[in-house]
Design a protein around this ligand. Structure first.
Ligand code: CA
Length: 306
């Protein structure tokens, strides 16, 4: 099968809802390439391009891509083979009313720094911040599927995925989503060349990328999936978003107990006690309309049940 490319020019969305019209229909098990534009639609190109407010349309997510055979109750597996930066610069910035320390009077809001990409192909690549090289470690910020009910902006993460801003969502990771609607309707964008856990100022080094991924449907999953789940190869991680960090970590831990109980034959109590011994809670981001956290368990103690 020829490898198809789906570009943001073919179609993109600024919200996930229950009814989404696909721009491409993939076969179950198809490998394709997805091209994305940066989260600010290329509007920030210089340090003096400042963002006075978050625009209405951010995080353009390429798609939706329907996957044949995906039906409500199934799981969509998105195996991310590679994420490649596709332009010569990223941009890290903050804006008024945005970011973790938005009320700190000594921090400029807005502020922008362009991060030039070192395109020397003899090295793994770096982005430059004020003369300091930072390794390119791409992250797909927004990735999700059609929702079970309401319409959610690509700025907000929730049970369908969306603006998860999770550093593990990169090459080598498989992300699993609950399927709420026929075809699942995957869309993704908002990538970064580099991003810290937490995404404190509100962005990573926002950049256009190309993503190679394989999309597969899991029918009758052994453990029902309510929220995104990921497998980095080194660890299995539940992902949850809520209004507060406490809410997000409670959901992520509760979801992890289902997986540990299934894998080890634990009671829910035993799963809870064991979860307090290995891996742990991680912060994805604390700056979006809902915050996102994960509960990680190393792969030696848990594998994904599908
Ligand atoms: Ca984001």
């Amino acid at each position: 099968m020829t490898r198809e490319t789906v570009s943001h020019r073919d179609g993109h969305v600024y919200e996930f809802g229950p009814e989404m019209d696909p721009v491409y229909e993939a076969a179950d098990g198809e490998s394709l390439t997805v091209e994305t534009i940066d989260s600010l639609n290329g509007e920030i190109q210089r340090d003096d391009d400042l963002l006075d407010a978050i625009p209405e349309e951010v995080n353009a997510a390429t798609g939706p891509i329907a996957v044949a055979g995906a039906s409500p109750g199934d799981v969509l597996a998105v195996e991310i083979e590679a994420v490649r930066v596709a332009e010569d610069r990223g941009r890290v910035l903050t804006a008024p009313g945005f970011g973790l320390l938005q009320d700190d009077p000594e921090i400029d809001h807005p502020a922008t720094r362009i991060t030039e990409v070192d395109t020397d192909e003899s090295e793994a690549g770096a982005v430059e911040f004020e003369g300091i090289d930072v390794p390119i470690e791409p992250v797909i910020g927004t990735i999700g599927v059609a929702t079970g009910g309401g319409t959610v902006s690509t700025l907000t993460p929730d049970d369908h995925g969306g603006n998860l801003d999770t550093t593990d969502v990169t090459g080598g990771t498989t992300v699993y989503f609950p399927v709420f609607q026929e075809g699942a309707m995957l869309a993704l964008g908002d990538a970064k060349a580099a991003m810290a856990d937490g995404e404190m100022c509100g962005t990573g080094a926002e950049i256009a990328v190309e993503v190679d991924a394989t999309l597969s449907v899991v029918e009758d999953p052994a453990v029902p999936l309510d929220r995104p789940l990921l497998d980095t190869g080194d660890a299995v991680k539940t992902l949850a978003s809520a209004e507060t960090l406490e809410g997000a970590v409670e959901l992520a831990n509760a979801d992890m107990l289902d997986l540990l109980a299934h894998h080890h034959g634990f009671s829910r109590t035993e799963a809870y006690l064991f979860s307090s011994l290995v891996g742990g809670l991680e912060i994805s981001q604390v700056v979006d309309p809902q915050v996102t956290a994960r509960n990680a368990v190393p792969s030696e103690y848990l594998s994904v049940p599908f």
